[in-house]
Design a protein around this ligand. Sequence first.
Ligand SMILES: [Zn+2]
Length: 213
Amino acid sequence: MAVEKVFWNNPYQTELIAQVTSVTDSVVTLDKTIFYAFAGGQESDRGSIHGFTVLKAEKKDMEIFYILESGHDLKAGDEVIVEIQWPRRYRLMRLHFAAEIILEMVNQRFNKPEKVGAHIAEDKARLDFTWEGSISRIFPLLEEKAREIIDADLPIESAFSDVATEQRYWKIDGFARVPCGGTHLRKTGEIGLIRLKRNNIGKGRERIEIFVD
Ligand SMILES: [Zn+2]
């Protein structure tokens, strides 16, 4: 089964009426959802389904499984309200796109170094690379180029490259399409001020930590 992912059509929607399609103990599935489940390094949303806290959201193929707190009384066919915590989601979206831009700048200007990790949390995003020496020497250039893109407040196009397999991409003017199934902002200006911090994680790997206000 595949849940309809309304968070792609409208990543700014915070409430949705949906129908429960299955219930197995604490695990429910829905016909449509705004509640993002961890994928591509972007953490899951927090929120509730019909007032019951979602403890965990798990994406498997094109389906999303929601694990609810104990004591729920939901049944297949029930109409429910899905709610997400917007301040958290919006920070995840802003940090996600900040990381997208930094990654693109690194790839374009430093010959695509090997990316060995990426994670988007609510407080910061991180990108890990195989890298010789301190990666902080490229920060002034990254920050300057990212600032230009953010200040230009460019529209971000986000769409399917393949509907059947739910492959998504984003694109801004001057960039090639970048494959990604995360939730993206409408405009680059929403990122606001960014700050980079180096973290030497050892074994020839360097981490860029990304912060937004
Ligand atoms: Zn993305």
